[in-house]
Design a protein around this ligand. Structure first.
Ligand SMILES: [Zn+2]
Length: 133
């Protein structure tokens, strides 16, 4: 089972993905299918214990209880929906996890690089008429 430790960040990834579908998918039917795929992906990520992220090829290994097949998904998939050119939750889930992990890396890096840290506001002080800071 995948551990989503930062729910806020995962929520932001979901919101970004939904807005990307809204902005980039013009066909109404495909748009609805992607939105459903993302919603199902979120539920599966939280509940499906048979999901493993493979960092080497940035793919998600998913056992589907419905079809009893194992899918390995990144931009492509082996399921029937994908064969028919339709959105599937496997690809949606793989994308959500990839983006979630990428933003995690970005956060860690920002904390490690001193000049990317937020500037601390230091108030100028005067001691005995001499301005310090
Ligand atoms: Zn699929």
């Amino acid at each position: 089972m995948l551990q989503i430790e930062n729910k806020d960040r995962f929520g932001k990834v979901i919101a970004d993905s939904l807005s990307k579908v809204e902005q980039t998918v013009t066909d109404a039917k495909t748009k609805t299918r992607w939105i459903r795929a993302i919603a199902k992906a979120v539920v599966e990520i939280e509940e499906n214990v048979f999901m493993t992220w493979q960092e080497a090829d940035k793919s998600l290994l998913i056992w589907s209880q419905k079809s009893n097949n194992i899918y390995t998904s990144n931009g492509v998939c082996q399921c029937r929906a994908f064969e028919q050119g339709s959105p599937c939750f496997h690809r949606a889930a793989a994308r959500l996890i990839r983006l979630y992990l990428e933003t995690e890396d970005a956060t860690v890096q920002a904390e490690e690089i001193p000049y990317l840290k937020p500037t601390v506001q230091v108030k100028a002080e005067r001691i005995a008429g001499i301005r310090i800071n």
